[in-house]
Design a protein around this ligand. Structure first.
Ligand code: MG
Length: 250
């Protein structure tokens, strides 16, 4: 069934390409899901990592959440927050600060109690500049489409391997990000480039993004030109937690 889904998606995408210049078929989410081949599993080493001296600390037990974060309306964030650990509750949250190129460290934990499957298990996300998602998902013994699992650049790049720890365990992402540069016509002069190290394992090696993350349809190069943007953390309805977030602007 999954193979069939995959084949259908690919055929539909090819049809879309062949029909370039003509009207594209109406897209549905499944058309951009790629299931095969399954991403190989790697068992990672131990966690956490303290911030270096030149980092901007965005989340730690020493900071109230509202020091660096706001909700979608720019008001006080409404996530559960204890001992420097923020857990998804109401809405998304985003940083007050705006960032261009950076090195980012984030620790996250999917719920210990396993509920749901595929995209419904431990789903959250880190949106770079507010629009490019590094997927957060409990991908431990949880198949989903490969370009939507943990540490994917959602629906654009599957991770090289699956370095996910189990539910309830803290995990790390170290993300190196180069923001896009734009031409006068609004297309990329250079696209956003992303490297992701998941639990100490390289899973995205300086990959280029096509455009802002899309749930439905193919992302376009012709995004709106933008300057610096916030980091935002996604509420996808699952109580995923975050801690020890720090960033170094490059
Ligand atoms: Mg997500």
């Amino acid at each position: 069934m999954k193979n069939l889904k995959y084949s259908l998606s690919v055929i539909m995408l090819m049809v879309g390409n062949v029909a370039f210049g003509q009207q594209r078929p109406t897209m549905v989410p499944e058309m951009t899901e790629i299931w095969e081949p399954e991403v190989p599993v790697v068992k990672p080493g131990e966690t956490p990592q303290a911030p270096p001296s030149d980092a901007i600390v965005l989340m730690s037990p020493d900071l109230p959440l509202e020091k660096e974060w706001v909700n979608g309306k720019g008001e006080k964030p409404e996530w559960t927050y204890e001992n420097g650990e923020a857990t998804v509750s109401k809405g998304d949250i985003k940083t007050k600060r705006q960032f261009g190129d950076f090195q980012l460290h984030v620790e996250w934990r999917s719920p210990k109690e396993v509920k749901g499957d595929s995209q419904g298990r431990g789903n959250s996300g880190i949106f770079l500049q507010g629009i490019y998602e590094v997927q957060v998902l409990d991908s431990y013994n949880n198949r989903t489409y490969r370009n939507g699992q943990a540490a994917s650049l959602y629906k654009q790049h599957a991770p090289l391997v699956n370095a996910c720890k189990g539910p309830g365990e803290w995990q790390t992402y170290d993300i190196i990000y180069t923001a896009p540069r734009f031409k006068d016509d609004g297309t990329f002069f250079t696209p956003p480039m992303v490297t992701v190290i998941h639990n100490g394992v390289l899973v995205q090696n300086n990959v280029a993004l096509r455009g802002p993350t899309e749930y439905i349809g193919i992302p376009e190069y012709t995004s709106k030109p933008h300057g610096k943007g916030p980091l935002s953390l996604q509420n996808h309805g699952n109580p995923v937690s975050f801690r020890n977030i720090w960033i170094r602007e490059l």
